[in-house]
Design a protein around this ligand. Sequence first.
Ligand code: 6R9
Length: 559
Amino acid sequence: MAVLEREIIAPVPGAYNLENYDALRHTFSWEDAAKELSFTKTGKLNAAYETIDRHVDEGYGNKVALHYVNGDERRLLTFQAVKEKTDHYARVLKSHGVKKGDRVFVFLPKTPECYISILAIIKIGAIAGPLFEAFMEDAVKDRINDCKGTVLITDNEMVKRVPQKDIPSLHTILDVGEIENTTFDDKNDCDLVEWVDLDDGMLIHYTSGSTGKPKGVLHAHRVVTHHHASGKWVLDVKDEDVYWCTSHPGWVTGSVYGLFAPWLNRATIVIQGGRFKAENWYQLIHELQVTIWYSAPTAFRMLLSQGEVIKNFDLSSLRHVLSVGEPLNPEVIYWAWKQLGVRIHDTWWMTETGGHLIVNLPAETIKPGSMGRPFPGITVGILDEDGQELPRGSVGQLAVRTPWPGLMKEIWGSKDRFNAYFKYDGWYVSGDLAYQDEDDYVFFQSRDDDMINSAGERIGPFEVESKLIEHPAVAEAGVIGKPDPIRGEVVKAFITLRPGFSESKELLEEIRIFVRNNLAAHSAPREIEVLDELPKTVISGKILRRQLKELEINRTKSS
Ligand code: 6R9
C-alpha cells in the first residue's frame, strides 16, 4: 500500500480552483465570505433569492441549472426556468395563506419539484421541512406534529402515507400536479420575495438524537454564507462543472449539498430518481459527464462490492469525488484511486452544524482514515470530561469553537436539548469521539457510545470495520463491543459477504486471522457473524451499530 498512499496524496495539477490552499487558510474570514453573496451589498436577504434569482439577475438565466434523470426520463431546466417555477409555487403557497415563519413540509421523491417546493417555501419567508421519501406514517406524523406544520406539498402516491387526521395543525395538503395546473390571472411578482433577517428561520431538518424522539434542527437564513463558502472551497464548484450529490433533500446532505451549496455557486446539478443500481449510477456519470460527485461510504462500498461492473463504463469525466456521513474506510479510497483515478475527499459535519466543519480540501494532502482538517475559520478541540482540551493524539470529545454562520438556531421546542450541545463554555460538543494529530488531521473514532473497551484497550470499531472489508470476502461490516465477564467487552463483527462467497467456519477463521495479522491481535473479532444485510439508518445508510449491540445483548439475556 505504501506506493499507493504516496500517489494519492498528490493532487492533480490544474484540477482545482486553487493549487495551494495555505493562503486561504490564513486569509479566510466569514465576513469576507459573506461578501460574495448579494445581501451584504443590497441589505436584502432571502436564501432562495441568493440561491436562484441572483444568478438570473446577474445574467446567467440561460445556464442549465439541473438535469433530471429517472429511468428513461430526461429533463433539463435553466436557472430562468427554475426561478419561474419557484415563483409559481410561491404564488400558490401564498394563495393558501402561507405566511412568514409558518412550517411547510415537502414529502416528494427526488424530483425537480421537490427542490423547487423547498425554495418556494423559503422565498416567501416560511420554514421548509423536507421529509425523506421513504418515511412511513409515523415518521411523517411525528415530525409535522412536533413543529405544528400547517401545509404539506406531496404527490398523489405519497399522500397515502400522510395520516392527516392525526396531524391537527395540518390544514392544507397540496398535490404537485395541482400546483402545476393552477393558473393566476394577475401575476404580481414584485412582492413574492420576503426579505428577512439573518436569524429568521429557513429550514428545519429532523435528526435522531441518542435518546428520545427526533430533534427538529432549525436553521436561519444566515446559513447561506456557510453553504456558499463550503460549496466554493470544498465542493470546488466551477462554472463548467456538472455536479451530482446522490442524497435526497430529506437528509441534510441532500438539501445543503444537493441543493443550496451547489446552486449558490451556480453549478449545474443532477437530480436522479429511482433506486440504487450500480450500472445506472455509472451510466449517469458517463452520460451527463459528471465532474463532481458527492456520495456516502455505504454507496461507495456497495459499488466496490459489485466488482468488475465499473470496467464497462467510461468515468473519466470525474475530477472531484467527496464522501460524507460515516467513516470512510481507507479501502474505499484505494478502490476509487485504482478504479477511477481520483481521490475520495472525506467531509465531516452534522445536521446541527449547518455545513462542513472538517474537510479534505481539494488540493491538500489526504491521510486515509482521517476526515481531514478544520475548514478555514473553524477551530476544533478534543475535550476531556471537564471540557479541557486534550493534547494531540488523545481521544476525546470532538468539539468546535462557537459561533460560526451555519450553527443551528435552535432545536424546535426544546431549550434543554439545545443547551446540551453547549455544556462547556464557548464550545459546541458534537457527540463524536476523535483525536487530532500534529498536522491538524482529525481521526473519527466513534460516536460517544460506540467505543469498544476490551481488556483496557480502546478499540475504535471503524478501524476494525475498515480492516474487515479489505478482506476479499467481506462486503460490509459493523463492529460492536460484546459484553464479556473477563475483558469487559470483546470485539464482535457482523458482516455481509460479497457475491460468490458462502459462509463456512474456515472462511470466518480466515477473516479473523486477516484482521489479527493486519491490524492488531486485540482488535481481531472474537466472533464474526454473517447477516444478509446490516441494519442502517433509513435516510443516510449509516450502519446502526447500536442496533447490532441491542441484538447481541438481547440474545445473551435470553440464552
Ligand atoms: C452530514 C451528516 C452526523 C453524524 C456525526 C458523525 C457521523 C458524519 C462523518 C461522520 C465519520 C464522517 N458522520 N460525517 N462520521 N466520518 N465524514 O451526516 O449529518 O445525519 O446529522 O449525522 O454522522 O457521527 O456526528 P447527520
